[in-house]
Design a protein around this ligand. Structure first.
Ligand code: ATP
Ligand code: MG
Length: 574
């Protein structure tokens, strides 16, 4: 499969440092570029991975190269096919396609042969020390490590022991294969790094064929080299590994892949370690990897984020050389921007207050009777625009009747100055329909407002009023007898601390869980929404963007609030 070649967003901005490197590579006759995205299948992908995906696949697309998907499956203990499948789904959903699908485990035989080659040239040896002993003798930044007593083994003995490690003669932890480099090296990673450990564990692809598994540092660069990766792009914490990456390639005399590091994505109010995300799932803090509060791609998909919005976000974040933290508001801004373009508008009321339009006579089966409804009072069909941002989105008809719900917050009995919505004696426009005037406020014994009695001006349809008067407030509404009742799931951040990892003594990141990250609410929707498909996205006018959730049933549609309409990020930029 070819990498998709559609241009990515933002092609007009100046080059980032990796693009500069690539353009120089191309200008110097370096040939077509080859990148890869190398997830470890030990969890679901998150927005940080999305950044890396957009970068690796995006660069290949922009420069006519290819990008492989390579699963870094060298640790059978934590890996699973469930994760492999979800990772593939997520990449495709984001809009990318890989040239080759590869697994580090495809290369186990080759990696083994190269280890034998290193033993032969005296660059690797079998060590009988325990992992603890190895750790304890590594030294410190200021102090050299101590040579292993097994460092001087002969090539023959090492070849024999390594073959027997592979054959399964030794239990887990009994021996490791180490590179023989320099126990006094200033880069700690060069102090005889471990290349192979014994793990009698079934692997999700190779089964029980292997009981020794290569370490990341040994497997990664060589896998890149096998795939002739020209630009191996990873996050900054691997910068210190780069000399070792180069060392193996040099010692083995294989294709010279090069590693380049960029700053990982960090987001406010967000945790981005798979290990911690797994903990949230396992401890039931969230309802699975695709919980709409999770920063996973599957969670964001379920919440209603679009692939285009995530790609645009990645483009906006850019590629930095220094670590930084991005405002979650920038992601929401990108989501809002895309949904504003593509989402149809609907009316729904989350916090209902009943309004009776007293002069809207309830003559049965009047003109414009709404055919599909059991309601046989007078219904008038109101023509509403589906998306003012998109002429092609057309219009729809929404039934209006004598009894409607409006948002409780759109009425105030004693409003402050500047309140343009409904108040006693005041007038407001029902979106796309008539002006109504509040004539009477009905309360229960507890003094709570239960109903408003209003009149409407029959001459005021479509933005006109009989005497030309204008009102500032426009509110949304839903006809009660036609309303579809459902559930709205309103989300806020999963953590109530900007940096959830910042902990006082005795705290963990779990101490900062926001107890109000999910609130559920009844919602009354215009009837068109009964036909919505799971995953379909709408703007509920004046409330926010919503996406129909997969938990919906035919009796009870459920909508996730993807993002509110309020744009705090854009305001900050002014
Ligand atoms: P985590 O720490 O969340 O478990 P990881 O780095 O172990 O992430 P991998 O599956 O090894 O996860 O990552 C695959 C690729 O995604 C790597 O190239 C890695 O550098 C990149 N990546 C992971 N997290 C981020 C992030 N926050 N920002 C940018 N790239 C990331
Ligand atoms: Mg990793």
């Amino acid at each position: 499969m070819e990498t998709n070649t559609k241009p990515i967003e933002g092609a007009e901005r100046s080059l980032n440092f990796i693009e500069e490197i690539i353009e120089k590579h191309l200008a110097d006759g370096g040939g077509a570029i080859q990148t890869r995205f190398p997830p470890e299948p030990n969890g679901y992908l998150h927005i940080g991975h999305a950044k890396s995906i957009c970068l690796n696949f995006g660069l290949a697309a922009r420069y006519g190269g290819k990008c492989n998907l390579r699963f870094d499956d060298t640790n059978p203990v934590k890996e699973d096919v469930e994760y492999v499948d979800s990772i593939k789904d997520d990449i495709k959903w984001l809009g990318f396609d890989w040239a080759l699908e590869r697994y580090a485990s495809d290369y186990f035989e080759q990696l083994y042969d190269w280890a034998v080659q290193l033993i032969r040239t005296g660059k690797a040896y079998v060590d009988d020390q325990t992992q603890e002993q190895i750790r304890a003798t590594r030294g410190t930044i200021t102090q050299a490590g101590i040579d292993s007593p097994w460092r001087g083994r002969s090539v023959e003995e090492n070849l024999d022991l390594f073959a027997r490690m592979r054959a399964g003669e030794f239990p887990d932890g009994a021996k490791v294969l180490r590179a023989r480099i320099d126990m006094g090296h200033s880069n700690m990673l060069f102090r005889d790094p471990i290349l192979y450990r014994i793990l009698h564990t079934s692997h999700h692809r190779t089964g029980d064929a292997w009981c020794i598994y290569p370490m990341y540092d040994y497997a990664h660069g060589q896998s890149d080299s096998i795939e002739r990766i020209t630009h191996s792009i990873c996050t900054l914490e691997f910068a210190v590994h780069r000399p070792l990456y180069d060392w193996f390639i040099q010692e083995l005399g294989i294709f010279p892949s090069h590693q380049y590091e960029f700053a990982r994505l960090n987001l406010t109010y967000t945790i981005m370690s798979k290990r911690k995300l797994l903990q949230l799932v396992q401890e039931g803090v969230v309802n699975g990897w695709d919980d709409p509060r999770m920063p996973t791609i599957s969670g964001m998909r379920r919440r209603g984020y679009t692939p285009a919005s995530i790609r645009a976000f990645a483009e906006r974040v850019g590629v930095a050389k220094r670590d930084n933290v991005i405002d979650l508001g920038l992601l929401e801004f990108s989501v809002r921007e895309d949904l504003n373009r593509v989402a149809q508008r609907r009316m729904a009321v989350v916090n209902p207050l009943k309004v009776v339009i007293i002069n809207f006579e309830n003559v049965p089966r009047g003109t414009g009777f709404f055919e599909n409804s059991a309601f046989d009072g007078r219904t008038e069909m109101i023509r509403c625009v589906n998306n003012p941002e998109d002429e092609n989105a057309g219009t729809r008809e929404v039934p209006l009747s004598r009894e409607i719900y409006i948002e409780r917050t759109d009425f105030m009995e004693e409003p402050p100055k500047g309140f343009h919505r409904l108040k006693p004696g005041g007038e407001v426009r029902l979106r796309y329909a008539y002006l109504i005037k509040c004539e009477e406020v009905i309360k229960n014994e507890a003094g709570e407002i239960t109903e408003l009695r209003c009149t409407y001006d029959p001459e005021s349809a479509g933005g006109n009023s009989s005497d030309g008067r204008r009102v500032k407030g426009v509110i949304h509404w839903v006809s009660i007898p036609h309303a579809v009742k459902g559930e709205a799931r309103l989300y806020s951040t999963l953590f109530n601390k900007e940096n959830p990892e910042e902990c006082e003594e005795g705290e963990t990141f779990l101490s900062h869980i926001n107890p109000e990250s999910l609130t559920m609410s009844e919602i009354f929707m215009e009837p068109a929404l009964s036909e919505a498909a799971v995953g379909e996205k709408f703007q509920f006018e004046r409330i926010g963007y919503f996406s129909k959730d997969s938990d919906s049933t035919s009796e009870r549609p459920i909508f996730n609030r993807t993002v509110t309409l309020k744009d705090s990020w854009a305001k900050q930029q002014k």
